[in-house]
Design a protein. Structure first.
Length: 189
């Protein structure tokens, strides 16, 4: 019982920090305001891993390769720590680990955007104050995904329904691509 609880706790901590690193990557990619209090928290929490890597790995335009490397390092560390504790006496096979990491990253990115779009849609439907720091970040983060859907689906009675097909496609990506790669990677490990 303690072994399973420890595994769930470890996996949850790794997943939370990987999501934080992905947030930092996408914040820089879509140019979220650095002075926003929420983005400052994300940058400060990600800095112990990202800042040392930034000295070695440069960014190009608004793509932070050091943050991507940090994400991959955390994924690899997660596998090397959790896999032996899950009852296997050895480290995972390289090919299986790479496929598993790809599936896990797809799931993390799909979940990140799913919840960002969902929270933004709920906040917009509830007509929260427009200057809220979270709303500004969510708008910048989700705009590249929602914009094509907003062109196809106009607002109905002032309500933007373009989030619904975007959420559906993100869940399909999660279920049919991410989970498939996770299962294939696990089978090869």
């Amino acid at each position: 019982m303690w072994k399973e609880t420890t595994l769930v706790l470890l996996q949850s901590l790794y997943s939370a920090y990987i999501m934080l690193l992905l947030l930092r990557f996408f914040f820089q990619l879509v140019r979220v305001d650095f002075y926003n209090p929420i983005s400052q928290v994300v940058v400060k929490l990600a800095s112990p891993i990202v800042f040392p890597l930034q000295k070695i790995i440069p960014s190009w335009q608004n793509i932070s390769f050091s943050t991507l490397v940090a994400v991959l390092l955390m994924e690899a560390l997660e596998i090397t720590v959790i896999f032996p504790k899950a009852g296997f006496g050895h480290l995972p096979h390289f090919t299986g680990a790479v496929i598993w990491i790809a599936g896990d990253l797809i799931n993390h990115v799909a979940n990140l955007f799913f919840f960002a779009i969902l929270i933004q849609a709920l906040m917009s439907w509830l007509h929260t104050q427009s200057g809220h720091p979270l709303l500004e970040i969510l708008y910048r983060l989700t705009l590249p995904i929602l914009k094509p859907f907003q062109r196809m689906i106009p607002p109905i009675a002032g309500i933007d329904l373009s989030a619904i097909p975007a959420l559906f496609l993100l869940q399909c990506l999660n279920l049919y691509v991410g989970n498939f790669l996770l299962l294939q990677g696990w089978a090869l490990m």
